[in-house]
Design a protein around this ligand. Structure first.
Ligand code: COA
Length: 532
């Protein structure tokens, strides 16, 4: 075994400054997470409770096994938009009767649990995760369907939500719907497309069109209960398979359904003996500098997240701006690629491509720890083939079949984000630390590029550059790009699965790896043509 020896100076000024900076960012993050926790706010939560109902998170808590972990996903969805942070749905992986399941719970306190464009993106993401990792899906339904004012963004792409449910079923992944209240219009297809359906006496209301719409369409008089109540669906339409007395009973039945699935994981089990890292996770707060131009050693991070801090480094003397090696997290083997000096050169790219091929040969999942400003630019590097070498790395990442996990610790810029398995490269899970930033390039560089291009255009026209206007433009663009590069903004756009406290990284990666191993873990030797 090869234990990493930490040289982190926890008494030093830099460590303290980094730590304070990160703690400040964590406070800001908590303020946003609190908004998601508050759902529709006091008034709507009180009204909901007065109706004798549990809120979405209480339903989840009662559904999952006692004291088990719930890995919430995308809690900041809709941040920066006009919609409530969280996007009126709570999603995550929870353990029900010992089975890891994807749980999707509408939050009826936020605009009647209706689906806005962010809700849709969040639900589609959870369906993708369920399919890739072979996780049964449990929908806790109470939603007025599409958010009508934004229907143009929800209606047409939203059809995919229902298509996904039946495709999951076709792939042999069980789907369960427990209907707590309204499940109107398109929402009616959630129980319609699920394998198992539970409805609750006097509470579930499932119809394609509510009484006012029916009156408009056919002139027929009806009420909620006679049109789509639980009794009707349990006794007449046959849409409900189980008829529950109340919410608690419905959740109990939901648990029994999962218990009877005889669900087994298809991936290999972790090793039995799991050792904690030799260094304190709390120290992860002091590693990443506030100024991302200052490099840090990712081995200090690896030492605090892998089992026993045990890490066998691959090619340590070659391409050392990228650190690669083998370790275990919560007993699961992983190959780690971590940026060490920020920039990726040709050697690093070739090393990464080789390492990814090796991981595929040994069916080992890969973990990408991001802190990169991208591939090196300049005459020397273009001549040296940086494009073909960077492409080689991106080719390997694109065609690799072992599961990938990405954590954005610091910078994640340019094509470096792609080579390190950014969002578009479908890592099974992608999380960001509050210290991370991601964009096509740094804000100052981007503003500078626009300035150079517009200066050249002005001069080509024979004009004179207005220096004051140029400086103001640069400042404005820099501020805009800076605001759009921060994790909360990107998380709001669903470009990650959550912004996490660095101290929770090991736990979250362990939960992710456990979920990943619900599906088979197999590599490939089938890559695209590598340019040599
Ligand atoms: N789109 C946008 N906003 C909606 C909405 C929808 N489909 N349905 C409800 N809302 C809004 C309401 O306007 C209200 O907003 P406000 O608090 O700012 O006034 C808020 O959500 C809560 O609605 P309310 O009717 O007070 O809540 P409720 O819990 O008593 O009932 C529903 C919730 C969903 C049962 C009810 O609002 C309803 O039937 N909505 C229409 C459902 C429908 O026909 N959908 C078709 C979609 S294709």
């Amino acid at each position: 075994m090869t234990a990493i020896r930490s040289t982190l100076d926890t008494a030093g000024e830099a460590y303290q400054a980094n730590r304070e900076g990160l703690l400040g960012k964590l406070d800001d993050l908590q303020a946003e997470l609190d908004k998601a926790l508050a759902g529709g706010g006091e008034k709507y939560v009180a009204r909901h409770r007065k109706r004798g109902k549990m809120i979405a998170r209480e339903r989840i808590e009662m559904l999952v096994d006692e004291d088990s972990a719930f890995l919430e996903l995308c809690p900041l969805a809709a941040y920066g938009s006009d919609f409530t942070v969280g996007a009126s749905v709570v999603t995550g992986i929870g353990v029900v009767e010992g089975v890891e399941c994807m749980i999707v719970a509408n939050d009826p306190t936020v605009k009647g649990g209706t689906s806005n464009p962010w809700t849709l993106r969040k639900i589609l993401r959870t369906n993708d995760i369920a399919l890739a990792n072979r996780l049964p899906v449990i929908s806790l339904v109470e939603s007025g369907g599409a958010d009508l004012p934004t229907q143009k963004e929800v209606f047409i792409p939203g059809g995919r939500m229902f298509r996904d449910l039946t495709r999951l079923s076709a792939a042999g992944i069980p789907t369960v719907a427990i209907v707590f209240g309204n499940s109107t219009a398109g929402g009616a297809y959630v129980p319609g497309m699920s394998d198992h359906v539970v409805m609750i006496e006097n509470a579930s209301k499932v119809f394609l069109g509510g009484p006012p719409l029916v009156k408009m369409a056919t002139g027929e008089d009806s009420d909620d209960e006679s049109l789509g109540g639980a009794q009707l669906h349990a006794r007449q339409s046959g849409l409900a398979d189980y008829y529950a007395a109340d919410e608690q009973d419905a959740l109990r039945i939901g648990r029994r359904i999962v218990a009877r699935l005889n669900w087994r994981k298809s991936g290999p089990s972790p090793v039995a003996e799991i050792r904690e890292p030799r260094y304190d996770a709390d120290e992860l707060l002091g590693i990443v500098p506030g100024d991302l131009k200052i490099p840090f050693d990712p081995r200090e991070v690896i030492a605090r997240i892998v089992d026993d801090s045990d890490f066998d480094e691959f090619k340590p003397e070659y391409g050392n701006s990228l650190c690669t090696g083998w370790a275990r997290i919560h007993g699961y083997p992983v190959g780690i690629l971590a940026n060490a000096q920020g920039v990726l050169f040709s050697q690093e790219s070739q090393k990464a491509a080789q390492f990814i091929q090796l991981a595929n040969r040994s069916d080992t999942p890969l973990l990408f720890l991001h802190n990169t400003t991208g591939y090196m630019v300049g005459k020397e590097y273009e001549r040296g083939g940086i494009i073909k070498h960077g492409s080689m790395m991106i080719n390997a990442v694109s065609n690799s079949k072992v599961p990938h996990l990405s954590v954005l610790m610091g910078a994640s810029y340019g094509a470096g984000h792609y080579g390190m398995c950014g969002r578009a490269y479908d890592p099974r899970f992608l999380f960001a630390w509050p210290s991370a930033k991601s964009a096509v390039m740094g804000a100052a560089q981007l503003a500078g590029v626009i300035s150079i291009v517009s200066r050249a255009a002005t001069e080509a026209r024979g004009g004179v550059v207005d220096e004051a206007a140029d400086a103001a433009m640069r400042q404005m663009i820099e501020a805009q790009i800076e605001a759009e590069s921060v994790p909360a903004f990107l998380s709001g756009m669903l470009y990650d699965d959550g912004v996490i406290d660095p101290r929770d990284t090991r736990t979250i990666l362990g939960l992710s790896l456990s979920a990943i191993h619900s599906a088979p873990v197999e590599g490939t030797s089938n890559f695209g043509v590598f340019r040599m």
